[in-house]
Design a protein around this ligand. Structure first.
Ligand SMILES: Cc1cc2nc3c(=O)[nH]c(=O)nc-3n(C[C@H](O)[C@H](O)[C@H](O)COP(=O)(O)OP(=O)(O)OC[C@H]3O[C@@H](n4cnc5c(N)ncnc54)[C@H](O)[C@@H]3O)c2cc1C
Ligand SMILES: *[C@@H]1O[C@H](CO)[C@@H](O)[C@H](O)[C@H]1NC(C)=O
Ligand SMILES: *[C@@H]1O[C@H](CO)[C@@H](O)[C@H](O)[C@H]1NC(C)=O
Ligand SMILES: *[C@@H]1O[C@H](CO)[C@@H](O)[C@H](O)[C@H]1NC(C)=O
Ligand SMILES: *[C@@H]1O[C@H](CO)[C@@H](O)[C@H](O)[C@H]1NC(C)=O
Length: 632
């Protein structure tokens, strides 16, 4: 092949490689939500990270029981609970061939179907699965409580209750022998000492000790639960610890404190004094490795940092991207979480969808999409989460592009587990109250509050938020609101009540501290006087008319920022669009921009050259398509 032909071919390839993928990206970008939600537990934790991909492999039909936490990474309570779960995993790490501590993030899109299948209704939910659990219709036994020790105790009770246990498990059933001469019957030859722990019948300390020391083969730990057996065996009354040697001699041991650590230490010392190795072997259980961060993840993280830097001082700005992502998450994730949507939950869904259809922040395609969705919901007698999910995906394809972006902007947290959806949902709710106030669609002042209340009650996956919100609604008389403007103010007040409660909470993002909103900088006229005494509790602190105007200003469609928006075709028409586009450029670093521009210029240059060569060739010789690529 001659040089010119080669050059032509190369520029064609370069075009395909460099330019084409960029266009493809822009269109396919909406298809799958980015998983920018890596959850609470990482490689450094002893918690086994579960996902749709490994759940059944790790949990079903194993030689260990599984304690599974189902959580939502945007739920504040789950976040506050996660250190407890990590501590528990640390605490019982040496039991891991008997029981594992694991967790699955139900807020990750890919796990939604699984969490629905397992009928998880509240977050966090802890359930125990038996070692040989295989029945997909059984969803584990729920554990209650939020405290490490209570959860550990329940785990022990679950393990103790197992009837068929793998060989390597310690014996958790209480002693039933009444004659100490037969204690070694059926005991492996390697066992040199049996320790009998005699504690209150409901205490799990003896079992915990047995689990802690189960890898030391030369000793056996047993518990006595009934007074009758204890006295028949001739044990010291409870609490007591007795060791029985191979000659069936009972030796009472003195012990200062009958707690787990002390008993473990006493037994270990006793055994090691007799030459028994007491290092607790860590049995390796094959558990999935945490995925390494890919280049894409690093890129996304960098972009997110840029976004946080740019918006951290724009807290009175409402972003289109946040409204859309929150809306999308409610529709595509929270609603289809339920297997069956019937009765009051169905009514709540109809109300919510009707309200977002009327006042949604979406463009023309989005409106048509929501209209079709609303018809589907209203016409179905009952909704099945699975079918709903199929339907909504189909509708999104039909009306594509429905959403203009798929990232948090104003709600991007300084860490991936902070802010996000719960922040976006507030923005969306406020947005709906403001749009309704200036609309002719309805005269009902409670229309939006009904929808919001129903959504929070029946669909919001942050269970404690939902309960708090309901009791706040009752206390602060949500149903006494008489005008649409008062609905705006009611939600504003409610949000400030939540902010106050969450100030300095571990879920607070230090980059976005909770404030009494709006602060004096955002709206100098909203407060009656300058806040010289920040903590003064004075009801007349606010000028409500000013607050209302402030809300109408920042939530006015023409003032909603389009920073970070990717697909302009999906946006509602606004004159201000161009002004905002200038801001977008700053979100990405100069380097990104320069590389992008360079690639585009390069492609264009190549195209021009290619066309020039092509035209010149036509002059000289007729061109056959087959020798264009054929001989390469
Ligand atoms: C209905 C609901 C109930 C919740 N209840 C709880 C709960 O009980 N416990 C819990 O831990 N978490 C709860 N959350 C989550 C919590 O309120 C925050 O969303 C979360 O902590 C993230 O906080 P954030 O800093 O992103 O700001 P958010 O409080 O989410 O607010 C987002 C943005 O709204 C603006 N804003 C702040 N205050 C107001 C206001 N008064 N009016 C209008 N705009 C305002 C600010 O710009 C702020 O950045 C709830 C969320 C919702 C939607
Ligand atoms: C104990 O096991 C039985 C059946 O094996 C089960 O029905 C019961 O719920 C279990 N109890 C607890 C507390 O786990
Ligand atoms: C042990 O638990 C059972 C059932 O929960 C209860 O009835 C009993 O009183 C408890 N015994 C003690 C000593 O606490
Ligand atoms: C509340 O504010 C009003 C005027 O705005 C003032 O007269 C009153 O003393 C204040 N009350 C308290 C408790 O600070
Ligand atoms: C948008 O914001 C600007 C500046 O805050 C304000 O002057 C303007 O009135 C707002 N637009 C609307 C329609 O409220």
């Amino acid at each position: 092949m001659n040089r010119k032909k080669f050059f032509l071919y190369m520029s064609f390839c370069l075009y395909i490689k460099l330019c084409a993928p960029m266009h493809v990206d822009q269109h396919s970008q909406q298809d799958e939500s980015r998983s920018d939600n890596p959850g609470f537990y990482g490689a450094g934790d002893k918690v086994v990270v579960l996902s749709k991909l490994n759940f059944k492999d790790v949990i079903f039909d194993q030689e260990y029981g599984s304690y599974v936490e189902f959580y939502n990474s945007y739920c504040g309570f789950c976040r506050r609970f996660s250190p407890t779960w990590k501590e528990l995993a640390e605490d019982v790490d040496t039991w891991r061939d008997v029981a594992i501590i694991s967790a699955i993030d139900c807020s990750a899109d890919e796990n939604n179907g699984l969490c629905r299948e397992f009928e998880v209704m509240a977050y966090p939910t802890v359930r125990y699965f038996s070692p040989h659990h295989t029945d997909p219709k059984k969803f584990g036994i729920p554990a209650t409580g939020q405290e490490r020790r209570a959860l550990r105790k329940q785990l022990v009770n679950f393990l103790k209750n197992e009837t068929i246990v793998p060989d390597h498990w310690p014996i958790l059933k209480p002693l039933t022998q009444t004659n100490n001469k037969i204690l070694y019957l059926d005991v492996k030859d390697i066992v040199e000492f049996i320790f009998i722990i005699n504690l209150d019948e409901n205490s799990t300390v003896g079992h915990e000790v047995a689990l802690d020391l189960h890898s030391i083969e030369q000793i056996l730990i047993r518990q006595v639960e009934s007074e009758h057996i204890a006295s028949k065996l001739g044990l010291t009354p409870k609490p007591s610890l007795t060791v029985v040697n191979r000659n069936n001699e009972l030796i009472p041991m003195t012990i200062a404190e009958y707690d787990r650590r002390t008993i473990v230490n006493v037994i270990q010392r006793f055994a090691s004094n007799r030459g028994i190795p007491t290092v607790i072997n860590m049995i390796q259980v094959s558990t999935p490795k945490a995925a390494l961060a890919s280049d894409d993840d690093i890129m996304i993280r960098r972009q997110n940092e840029e976004i946080v830097n740019q918006v951290k001082n724009m807290r009175d700005v409402v972003f289109q991207a946040d409204l859309e992502k929150a809306l999308r998450y409610t529709l595509f994730h929270e609603i289809p979480k339920f297997n069956e949507i019937v009765g009051e939950r169905k009514v709540a869904l109809e109300r919510y969808i009707s309200v977002i259809y009327r006042y949604s922040p979406l463009g023309q395609n989005g409106k048509r999409f929501l209209q079709a969705l609303r018809e589907y919901v209203i016409e179905s007698d009952e909704i099945n989460g699975n079918l709903y999910e199929v339907k909504i995906k189909e509708l999104e394809r039909k009306f594509h592009p429905v959403f203009s972006s798929d990232r948090w902007v104003g709600c991007q947290g300084s860490k991936s587990t902070l802010r996000g959806f719960s922040c976006g949902l507030w923005f969306l709710f406020h947005y709906l109250t403001v749009q309704a106030a200036d609309s002719e669609y309805s005269t009902d002042p409670l229309e939006v509050l009904h929808a919001v209340h129903g959504y929070v009650k029946y669909f919001f996956g942050c269970s404690d938020c939902s309960e708090h919100f309901q009791s706040m609604a009752a206390q602060q008389k949500i149903w006494s609101v008489t005008t649409k403007d008062d609905a705006i103010l009611w939600l504003w007040m409610a949000h400030n009540t939540v902010n106050k409660r969450l100030r300095k909470d571990p879920t607070e993002d230090p980059t976005f501290p909770k404030i009494k909103f709006p602060n004096a900088e955002m709206c100098p006229t909203c407060r009656r006087r300058p806040l010289t005494y920040p903590n003064v509790n004075n009801k007349s602190e606010w000028d409500k008319n000013e607050v209302l105007e402030f809300f109408k200003r920042i939530y006015s469609p023409s003032n909603i920022s389009r920073l970070g928006v990717e697909n302009e075709r999906a946006l509602p028409q606004t004159l201000e669009a161009l002004r905002e586009k200038r801001l977008l450029r700053n979100v990405f670093t100069d380097l990104d921009m320069r590389v992008g521009i360079f690639l585009y210029l390069f492609c264009i240059g190549m195209m021009i050259l290619a066309v020039k060569f092509f035209v010149r060739r036509r002059y000289r010789r007729k061109m056959y398509s087959h020798d264009f690529l054929g001989k390469v």
